[in-house]
Write a protein that binds this ligand. Structure first.
Ligand code: FES
Length: 113
C-alpha cells in the first residue's frame, strides 16, 4: 500500500541543496537543481543501504552529483542514474512527489528486492 508523507516546505530546500527525511525504515532524499525538485529513496542500488553517513550530506564535493558515501558512486541528479562507481548503469529509485500548499508530499515506495 502506498503511503503519503510530508517532507517540508519546498522553500526550505535551497537551490543546489539536498536534504534527507526519515520515515521509520525508509528515508528519502530531496534535491533541488535548476529550480526542479527531485526525490529518491535514500537507498544505494549497490548494497541497498543509505547513501549518506552524515545528515543531509548527499552531494559530491563539486555539488554536481548525488553521491553514495559508502563507495563513492555518483548519481546524476536529474535522472538518478549511477554514472560511476560499483553500481554504474543502475539508478536510484524515484519517489513520486507533489507540492500541496507549498509543502512537499511524497508517496513512499518499496526498494527493489
Ligand atoms: S553502497 Fe553505495 S556505492 Fe557501495
Amino acid at each position: 500500500m502506498s503511503e503519503q508523507q510530508r517532507l517540508c516546505p519546498l522553500a526550505d530546500i535551497p537551490e543546489g541543496e539536498a536534504r534527507g527525511f526519515e520515515f521509520g525504515r525508509k528515508s528519502v532524499v530531496a534535491v533541488v537543481r535548476d529550480g526542479q525538485l527531485r526525490t529518491y529513496l535514500n537507498w544505494c542500488p549497490h548494497l541497498g543501504i543509505d547513501l549518506n553517513f552524515m545528515p543531509d550530506e548527499f552531494l559530491d564535493m563539486d555539488r554536481q552529483f548525488l553521491m553514495c558515501a559508502n563507495h563513492g558512486a555518483l548519481f546524476e541528479i536529474e535522472t538518478g542514474e549511477c554514472l560511476s562507481g560499483p553500481c554504474q548503469g543502475e539508478s536510484l529509485v524515484p519517489v513520486p512527489h507533489e507540492i500541496r500548499d507549498g509543502d512537499i508530499w511524497v508517496t513512499l515506495v518499496e526498494p527493489p528486492l
